[in-house]
Design a protein around this ligand. Structure first.
Ligand SMILES: *Cc1c(COP(=O)(O)O)cnc(C)c1O
Length: 334
C-alpha cells in the first residue's frame, strides 16, 4: 500500500526495532529509565532548551504545556486552524479549565500580529487572564518564518505572556528553511515536537523548555495518566528518529513537489506543496469515488470533503510517487 493519509503512517525501521529490543530501561515514574533520559537530553540539546519531557503524543505534550503555562480561568491565544485548538478535543478547556481565544489564521498560516495584540485582555475583573500565545510550525504544511515569529515574540514580551510552539513538524520547517530547529525554537519558552510524524518513530512527542517548567509539566503528565514505566523501549526509537531521520525530510519535500507537479499536469487544482503536504480540490463525483478507485490501485488516501490533503513521508519512494500520479491520471480520464 502507498499511504498518503498522513506522515504518521510510517513504520519503525529494522534499526529502530533492534534498538527497542535492546534498550536499557528503568521505571520512568521513578525517574530512572536511562533511555528516556537520553532521549530527553538529546531533544533538549537539539532545540536549545534546558530540559525535556517525553510524552505519549503531541496532544498530551501541548496539553501539558498549556496546563503548566496557564491556570484555571486563564486563557491562551491560538490560531483558529491550530491543532491545539481544533484537533485536540478542546482538551485545554475540558481538562485544564483554560479558555482558548482563537484568532483566524491568515492564508499563510500566521496569526496577524495586530490581532494577537488586540486580543490580549486588560487586567480587569470581568476578563479571563491572558497568559499564553501558541503558534504552530509548520501549520497545514506551511512554514512560519522567523521574522514573523520575532514580531510575535515582541508582543508576547511586552505583555509579559508566555510563548509556546506546537512544533509537531518543526523539523520540516527547519529543513525547508535550511536552518537548525534550535534556531526556530529560540524565541519560544516551550516547544513541542512530534517524533511520530515525518521523523518516523512509532510513538511519542517531546516537550522542551526551562528545567523548572518541565518539572511542573511532569506533574501534569502524571495527572493526565501519562506517567509511564519502561518507556525506554519507545524512547529508543525516538532517539533514532531525532538523530538520524531529520535530513531525509528533504526527500519528502522533493516527493511532495513531484506529486504536486504531476497532479497539476493531470489537470487537478493543487495547493502546494507546502513542505511534505499538498491539497487537491476535487469535485463531488471524486469525493464519492476517488478513495475506492485509489485503493484498487494500492493507494490509500483520506477523503473528508472537497479538499484532499496528501502527505509524503519516509516510507514512500520516488517510484511510489510516480505510481500515485499515474493513478490520479487514470481517475481523471475515467
Ligand atoms: C499530529 C499533531 C499534533 C499531535 O499529535 P498526536 O496525534 O496527538 O500525537 C499536534 N500538533 C500538530 C500540528 C500535529 O500535526
Amino acid at each position: 500500500m502507498i499511504d498518503l493519509r498522513s506522515d504518521t503512517v510510517t513504520r519503525p525501521t529494522p534499526e529502530m526495532r533492534r534498538a527497542m529490543a535492546e534498550a536499557p530501561v528503568g521505571d520512568d515514574v521513578f525517574g530512572d529509565d536511562p533511555t528516556v533520559h537520553e532521549l530527553e537530553a538529546l531533544a533538549a540539546d537539539t532545540l536549545g532548551k534546558e530540559a525535556a519531557l517525553f510524552v505519549a503524543s503531541g496532544t498530551m505534550s501541548n496539553l501539558c504545556a498549556i496546563m503548566t503555562h496557564c491556570g484555571r480561568g486563564d486563557e491562551y491565544i491560538v490560531g483558529q486552524n491550530a491543532h491545539t485548538y481544533r484537533y485536540e478535543g478542546g482538551g485545554a478547556a475540558v481538562l485544564g479549565s483554560v479558555q482558548p481565544q482563537p484568532i483566524e489564521n491568515a492564508p499563510d498560516g500566521s496569526i496577524p500580529v495586530d490581532k494577537i495584540e488586540a486580543a490580549i485582555k486588560p487586567d480587569a475583573l470581568v476578563f479571563a487572564k491572558t497568559r499564553l500565545v501558541c503558534l504552530e510550525n509548520t501549520i497545514g504544511g506551511k512554514v512560519i518564518g522567523p521574522e514573523y515569529v520575532d514580531e510575535v515574540a515582541d508582543v508576547v514580551a511586552r505583555h509579559g505572556l508566555a510563548f509556546h510552539l506546537d512544533g509537531a513538524r518543526l523539523f520540516n520547517a527547519a529543513v525547508a528553511l535550511g536552518v537548525g530547529a534550535g534556531e526556530l525554537a529560540r524565541p519560544f519558552d516551550t516547544v513541542s515536537i512530534c517524533l511520530s510524524k515525518g521523523l518516523g518513530a512509532p510513538v511519542g512527542s517531546v516537550l522542551c523548555g526551562p528545567a523548572d517548567f518541565i518539572e511542573r509539566a511532569r506533574r501534569w503528565r502524571k495527572v493526565l495518566g501519562g506517567g509511564w514505566r519502561q518507556a525506554g523501549v519507545l524512547a529508543a526509537a525516538g532517539i533514532i528518529a531525532l538523530r538520524d531521520h531529520v535530513d531525509s525530510l528533504a526527500d519528502d519535500h522533493e516527493h511532495a513537489r513531484l506529486l504536486a507537479d504531476g497532479l497539476t499536469r493531470a489537470g487537478f487544482e493543487v495547493d502546494g506543496p507546502h513542505t511534505n503536504t499538498l491539497f487537491v480540490t476535487i469535485d463531488a463525483r471524486a469525493q464519492d469515488e476517488i478513495a475506492d478507485f485509489m485503493l484498487e490501485r494500492g493507494v490509500q488516501i483520506y477523503v473528508r470533503g472537497p479538499v484532499l490533503r496528501l502527505v509524503t513521508h519516509r516510507d514512500l519512494a520516488r517510484s511510489d510517487i510516480e505510481k500515485v500520479v499515474e493513478s490520479f491520471e487514470a481517475f481523471a480520464g475515467s
